[in-house]
Design a protein around this ligand. Sequence first.
Ligand code: DON
Length: 334
Amino acid sequence: MSLKTNPTCFSKLPLLLFSLLLFSFSTAYALDTSSSRTLTPENIKRVLNEAHSKSKENKDGKNADYIKALADVNPDLFGITIVTTNGNIYEVGDAKSEFSIQSISKVFTAAKAIQQHGAKALQEKVGASATGMPFNSIIAIEHQPKRAANPFVNAGAIASTSLIKAKDGEERWEVIKSNMDDFAGRELEFNEVVYQSEVNDNKRNQAISKLLDAYGRMYADPLETTTIYTKQCSVNVSAHDLAVMGATLANHGVNPLSKKKVIDPQYPKYVLALMATAGLYDGAGDWLYDTGTPAKSGVGGGIVAVVPGKLAIGVFAPPLDSIGNSVKGQLAAT
Ligand code: DON
């Protein structure tokens, strides 16, 4: 994550996809007569293939290496999946390759915390403001009146994990994991190698949890919660899983494949608002400016982007930019 990459090459992959998909949906079936821009399966597949083949040779960025196991992942893996709210699936490349979900897990724990406590409670107990600071900032905790800022920086994610209702830490982990499974519509694997690699070298997140605790902003034991948070980051997903998980948010909380109601229909809009403002950390403003679309990244190389009511896109490509966001997941396909 020490690498710099050209910030001007932000987000054109989803841009290309969204411009086709949004245009196609928003023209409401009739106005557009150009057959290359209507939302047919053929057009979606064509755009996906173009986006994939134009980005796949890009060598910018570098795998995260502050979690040692992530440095060992093949940097050339690259997959994209689209899942629509009516359950159609389109994919290209390494869409079924599994990788650790990392920060994208924060979305689903925040969703569960909102489901359990209500949207107002999450805003008050954790926060819902973009920090403009790096995702593991300690200075941000000192500056922000609510300390954690939002559920997608590490501080807010650890605080959100501590909010999950359970009789003890073991049950809290089970609730978090089964919630992620429900979003994905299958039992996700736990990546023990990634977990061991991070949990034994976790002093910064432990310090964050202790500082929050000192401010009265942790709602369970800080060190135990940090370990549970590290576990949720170590759950394996694929681009396919991310697209299904995102499509569950796009589909008002109902998984479009399993048809299970995962969260109540009034809550996805709050999760999507957090994704829009803080999903790509200090890159969130540029991302939103370029795509207009809520999304969330993780240092494992995943990005999930959601078009509410329509579809979600999952991307996996491990090399990251200096902020910690997948380069190819953001790349231009001009
Ligand atoms: O806590 C950490 O640092 C990682 N487990 C997750 C960070 C992350 O994915 C930030 N992403 N862009």
